[in-house]
Ligand binder design. Structure first.
Ligand code: G6P
Length: 594
């Protein structure tokens, strides 16, 4: 949420900052702004709207140093005035995060001044201006000591030919070389610009100019932070002929799964160590990551027979969880940045749990506090709605559960080999699902519906929740995921001719029971479609309702295929309704505030 980019070098800063913001737009897209420094002169342009709103103004900004921001509003509605950068005196800043005590600080230090914007962020620039002593680093330290909340802040100061950085709980990476330096929230912004990037840690500051990057810890001691390879390249961010990133990323599901299986071998040994003496597992995450946790709960309980619970991270934190040294907490997060998930993992760790991160982001806030990181090798995911990261997570969690199940078994090595082979055998089926599933007719029905209910039992219910989340987030159609058996205990009251039920049936044993739900909806004049890989079920229902057939596969791996089908359904429905699937209203991909 909110993307920030900084540049100092030989080139004109504004076009480079603008290009970086475009690549970070998935982090927020309600307003945008850039500030440049030319000599001692700070120039600012900012607008409500997407990054492209600045397109015609970028060339008007001169100077070789610049900072920029693409916003996901928290405090203060999207508007030109609330857009970043915010400026005061010799300073301009962009901020990602939330300053929780901004009202208190304003009352204390600026009781008689009315601020220009309604944002929490303006307090930062006001404080910088107030406490500026001529020593930029000292001033940053002084101001940061007053702030509560989370912040990744880039600062330009009229006295310094470069920019400065403050970081706490919101991500910042820095890279440079050949007379140019960059900072950003996330690696894609620096695609093709920096091969190696340093990941700042909480409490860090940096003073960045064209030829020099100096990083300091919270005591202002110079430090060297871990350098990682920037895998984001211009090519990896290309649409490859697709109309949207969502379409491209759905097509990348098979590669995400395949690469995740390969990557698992790297951590198998370490994961085994961490899992020693574990007698209970709690899985946590938000949004799609939580939904993949629901699948993982089923894997862990049925393969390893170890009690497992899935908890929404934002709830887990506040429920005084029971944790012992025998508890493993699996924290799932595509970005590794989601504040609630990171805080849940921290809490679990402080209570003595082993923490396992399952993430796309190998160097993120989440991985820094985890005992082991299980990689999801899905590559960069740009569309706000998660697709390939979900199936990647399912693959990683399947193998994680199989590893737990292999403990103390003589056949452990074979078991893991088989588990990997099982997933690999589904990859071609997944390829065929993403390429050939004909979902258009059902998408037309959903696009006209007043409400869509996704129904399923057991593992299909877990996928139903993900199907519902996908549909609501990118089409804005009211949608719910429900256990098929629970329908008659309340939701049936909502069914009429304007409602549609999408029933997922991949378990032969539960098929007949799920078909009851189909009949119950039809009897109330609701519309029904079925997504299934149970041949007999398809035969029984095909004359009655639209049936979307997906390939048959081992029961536990069906979420890989049924999820791809519901992703396609959401995508096609969004297209019919002329919604932008990549940038749904009000949402952002990485939610770094609580
Ligand atoms: C946001 C996104 C969702 C995502 C969730 C968790 O709400 O819009 O698509 O599932 O965050 O993100 P994470 O990066 O932790 O998986």
């Amino acid at each position: 949420m909110c993307g920030i980019v900084g540049y100092s070098g030989r080139a004109a800063a504004a076009p480079l900052v603008f290009a970086g913001l475009k690549r970070l737009e998935y982090r927020g897209y309600d307003s945008v702004g850039i500030a440049t420094l030319d000599g001692n002169n700070i120039q600012i342009i900012k607008k409500q709207g997407k990054v492209s709103s600045l397109e015609n103004f970028v060339d008007g900004l001169s100077g070789n140093t610049g900072i920029g921001h693409t916003r996901w509003a928290t405090h203060g509605k999207p508007s030109d005035i609330n857009a970043h950068p915010h400026a005061c005196g010799k300073f301009a800043v962009v901020h990602n995060g939330i300053i929780e005590n901004y009202a208190e600080l304003k009352a204390r230090y600026f009781p008689d001044i009315s601020f220009t914007s309604r944002t929490d962020s303006e307090i930062i620039v006001r404080l910088l201006d107030k406490f500026y002593s001529g020593n930029l680093l000292q001033t940053l330290k002084e101001v940061s000591s007053l702030l509560k909340g989370s912040y990744a802040v880039l600062v330009i100061c009229a006295d310094f030919n470069g920019f400065a950085v403050m970081k706490y709980k919101s991500p910042v990476i820095i890279g440079g070389g050949r007379g140019e330096s960059f900072a950003a929230s996330d690696a894609p912004a620096l695609a093709g610009l920096c091969k190696k990037i340093s990941v700042l840690e909480d409490g860090d500051f940096a003073i960045v100019s064209a030829h020099r990057i100096k990083i300091y810890d919270n005591n202002l001691n110079p430090v060297v932070r871990q350098k990682i390879i920037n895998h984001a390249t211009a090519a990896s961010l290309d649409l490859n002929g697709c109309a949207h990133y969502m379409q491209k990323e759905i097509l990348e599901n098979p590669t995400a799964v395949e690469n995740t299986v390969k990557a698992f071998s790297r951590v198998q040994g370490k994961l085994k160590e961490v899992f020693t003496d574990i007698n209970r597992v709690i899985i946590t995450g938000c949004g799609t990551a939580y939904n993949s946790g629901l699948v993982a709960k089923r894997y862990i309980e049925s393969f390893a027979r170890i009690p497992a619970e899935a908890e929404i991270a934002g709830e887990f934190r506040y429920k005084n969880p029971v944790i012992t040294s025998g508890t493993a907490v699996i924290a799932i997060s595509q970005s590794g940045e989601t504040a609630d998930t990171v805080e849940a993992a921290k809490l679990a760790k402080s209570l003595g749990a082993k923490v396992i991160a399952v993430t796309n982001a190998p160097y993120s806030a989440l991985t820094l506090i985890s005992d082991v990181v299980v990689p999801v090798a899905a590559g960069h995911e740009i569309c706000v709605a998660a697709t390939k990261s979900y199936t990647g997570q399912i693959a990683a969690l399947y193998l994680t559960a199989k590893l737990l199940a292999s403990f103390n078994k003589k056949s452990a090595v074979r078991l893991m080999k088989n588990a990997k082979a099982e997933i690999c055998s589904v990859v071609p089926l997944l390829k065929s699902t993403v390429a050939h599933t004909d979902i258009e007719a059902l998408a037309q029905v959903c696009a006209r519906a007043d409400g869509v209910y996704f129904l399923g039992r057991d593992i299909d219910y877990a996928v139903a929740l993900e199907g519902s989340l996908k549909l609501k987030e990118i089409t804005y159609i009211q949608s719910e995921g429900y256990p098929a058996g629970e329908l008659k205990h309340g939701t049936l009251a909502l069914i009429d001719e304007n409602k549609t039920a999408v029933v997922i049936i991949t378990d032969e044993g539960l098929s007949v029971k799920c078909e009851n739900a189909v009949e119950q909806v039809l009897s109330r004049k609701g519309k029904v479609a079925v997504i299934t890989n149970v041949k007999e079920c398809a035969e029984r229902l095909k004359d009655e309702v639209p049936v979307i057939e997906i390939p048959a596969c081992p029961k536990e791996l069906s979420p890989l295929l049924s999820a791809a089908a519901v992703q396609l359904l959401a995508y096609k429905t969004a297209i019919i309704l002329d919604r932008n699937p990549d940038q749904p209203r009000n949402l952002a991909k990485s939610v770094t505030v609580e």
